[in-house]
Design a protein around this ligand. Structure first.
Ligand code: EPZ
Length: 417
């Protein structure tokens, strides 16, 4: 079994180029199904979730090749509207294939994606929106059968600005008959990227970047070449690592605009952040102040995908901080591993009380999901001595090569297969 070995206690200095965004490229790969032709996507991250999404595209008849970090998808010939069950079970975000398949083929059969370590992750908002768009949905033996003779545009009011539901509705609406308005749409930068990609391929989406999207159905989409932006959560993870260890480092390829809530917290801790045209530089003494409260919220609030990483940083701050995880009920599963470093964390329902300690010690820990695993890497970098992290495969789902990137900053971190 592979592990990541870390010898902590060193400051991080230097610069690192940030990979393409996982949560932008996944819905855009789904959207290539709507383009009856060739799509070229530049700056794609070589991560397990992308390899998995490519397998799903190939399973329905797409031809997909890599050229460096460019993915070329030919979706001219689709052979089936059934997505293999094993592929869906392995990656629940494959659910965003539904809107694209319905838009292109008028039908999709997919297994219920189930929950994961961080939460139950229901898809009721997705399914109720599809029903309003003249899509019939039948659930039988754990499979969801969706079909329509014609998707009709309509007004959709989302109870919660769900990222996946917003993406699925957009994908179903792009080639629909008429106009679809989404009220209370998610505003994450990845939604904006999906809309920009679709508009570049001939879609007609207005209100991009706002919580009111208006999609006028068009008859077809044409081929397009698109460059995926850098991953704001990967950049945020590395900013947090430097905050925790102390040092000075620059993240290339990202800008401060999509990181405001994370930057605010880092500055509250006493870090110095400088925004470049297409980079972010952080300087930290490693002696951090506590933060009165961090509450995870939909964008532009503090991202839930940065919660575990920030908790690791606060484990060594000079006081008591409060974290409230309002998005995923299972995200605190990772705390039992963080406690192994000698941290002082108490969980009260959705709240975590983190009392900073002066020293953390290396430990043997087990990752069980993507961002929790990244948080354990940060704790290992901050701890004195050696940390052995098991199940690094979870981290590889979203980080191209966390050991390569952090070694660029001087970390003593190695992947041992
Ligand atoms: C996306 O997940 C991201 N995944 C997640 O990143 C991210 O944490 C999340 O958005 C929130 O920002 C991808 O983009 C591939 P949601 P998604 O629908 O779409 C509830 C990572 O680490 N909900 O916005 O599944 C749900 O239970 C991953 O990169 C319903 O109740 O998130 C949750 O409490 C983890 N019914 C909340 O909404 C629904 O039909 C937010 O979920 C849909 C969602």
């Amino acid at each position: 079994m592979s592990v990541i070995e870390i010898v902590g206690g060193k400051q991080l200095n230097g610069e690192v180029n940030i990979q393409g965004s996982k949560n932008a490229v996944l819905p855009i790969l789904a959207a290539t199904v709507l383009v009856n032709g060739i799509t070229k996507l530049n700056h794609c991250p070589k991560i397990l979730d992308v390899f998995h999404m490519i397998k799903i595209l190939e399973s329905i008849g797409c031809a997909v090749v890599w050229e460096g970090s460019t993915i070329i998808v030919d979706s001219t010939k689709l052979s089936t509207s059934t997505i293999p069950e094993d592929l869906v079970k392995k990656m629940r975000s494959s659910i965003i294939m539904m809107g694209a398949m319905l838009g292109r083929m008028g039908s999709v059969v997919i297994t219920f994606p189930g929950g994961c370590t961080i939460g139950a992750r229901p898809i009721d908002y997705h399914l109720s929106a599809f029903k309003k768009m003249n899509i019939s949905i039948e659930e039988k033996d754990g499979l969801i059968y969706c079909s329509t003779t014609c998707i009709n545009g309509t007004d959709i009011y989302l109870k919660f600005p769900s990222v996946g539901a917003t993406e699925n509705i957009i994908l179903a609406a792009v080639l629909a008959n008429g106009k679809t308005r989404i009220y209370n749409a998610a505003r994450e930068p990845e939604i904006k990227e999906l809309c920009n990609f679709l508009n570049a391929s001939g879609a007609d989406i207005a209100g991009v970047g706002t919580d009111n999207l208006e999609i006028n159905g068009v008859s077809s989409l044409h081929h397009v070449i698109y460059t995926v932006e850098s991953d704001r959560i990967v950049a945020g993870t590395y900013l947090a690592a430097v905050a925790g260890t102390g040092g000075k480092a620059t993240m290339n390829g990202v800008d401060c605009n999509s990181q405001q809530s994370v930057i605010q917290v880092l500055e509250d801790m006493g870090c110095n952040i400088k925004c470049g045209m297409n980079s972010i530089t952080i300087e930290s003494s490693g002696k951090l102040k506590p933060v009165s409260v961090i509450r995870t919220m939909p964008y532009p609030g503090f991202p839930t995908d940065m919660q575990s990483q920030m908790m690791s940083v606060l484990m060594k701050s000079s006081g008591v901080s409060r974290i409230i995880e309002d998005i995923f009920e299972g995200r605190y599963q990772n705390v039992r591993e963080q406690l192994k470093f000698g941290a002082n964390i108490e969980i009260l329902g959705r709240e975590a009380i983190v009392e900073g300690v002066s020293r953390l010690h290396g430990s043997e820990v087990y990752a069980s999901e993507l961002r929790g695993g990244a948080a354990l890497v940060i704790a290992g970098l901050m701890a004195e001595g050696k940390t052995v992290l098991h199940n690094p495969v979870y981290i590889e789902r979203g980080y191209e090569d966390i050991c390569r990137d952090l070694s660029c900053l001087g970390a003593d971190i190695n992947y041992i297969s």
